[in-house]
Design a protein around this ligand. Structure first.
Ligand SMILES: C[S@@+](CC[C@H](N)C(=O)[O-])C[C@H]1O[C@@H](n2cnc3c(N)ncnc32)[C@H](O)[C@@H]1O
Length: 159
């Protein structure tokens, strides 16, 4: 069977250039409309081992470290995103790694909290990822995620 290639629009130069001008790219979490709601749901991150699925420019990983996370692993498919995330920190408690969430393997019971912002709508095999995530999180860990809503993404009707 032919292996499916995962979409990777963030490594297309025009798309990445346009994405880099969005408020969330320029201003980070404060420029992200969903952040106040997501933040209100977060557990205490003190000493937590944190996983950020689809970390993008890495803003959340840096925020989590600022608020006490022991370590953050940020995963993203895009070389552009990971290069930019790496360029913005020298914190040894953060690891940014290129990885495809359709295929990622993660060590068992190794994280206390997982976060994912505006990424899961890209993942076709969500069931596989959910199983991987369940295994890599310790019991009673939390997973907070957001996905795109049509109110922001739907094309406007001409009439
Ligand atoms: C809208 S951006 C969100 C980035 C960041 N989480 C944020 O909130 O600013 C979507 C991100 O998902 C990543 N992504 C899409 N499909 C992916 C996949 N299969 N595996 C890993 N990352 C993926 C993209 O490369 C991009 O960085």
């Amino acid at each position: 069977m032919e292996k499916k290639v995962t979409q990777n629009i963030y490594d297309q130069p025009e798309f990445f250039a346009a994405y880099s001008q969005l408020p969330r790219s320029l201003h980070g979490l404060e420029g992200s409309p969903e952040w106040p709601a997501a933040r209100s749901l977060l557990p205490d991150l003190q000493r937590k081992r944190v996983l950020d699925l689809g970390c993008g420019f890495g803003w959340f990983a840096r925020w989590a470290r600022k608020y006490g996370a022991a370590h953050v692993l940020g995963l993203d498919l895009s070389e552009n995103m990971i290069a930019r995330a790496k360029a913005d920190t020298d914190d040894l408690g953060i690891q940014y790694v290129i990885a495809d969430l359709e295929q990622v393997e993660l060590p068992e019971a190794s994280f206390d909290f997982a976060y994912s912002s505006l990424v899961l709508h890209y993942v076709e095999n969500f069931e596989r990822l959910a199983i991987t995530l369940f295994r890599t999180l310790v019991p009673h860990a939390h997973f907070i995620f957001t996905v795109e809503h049509p109110i922001y993404m739907a094309p406007t009707h001409p009439g």
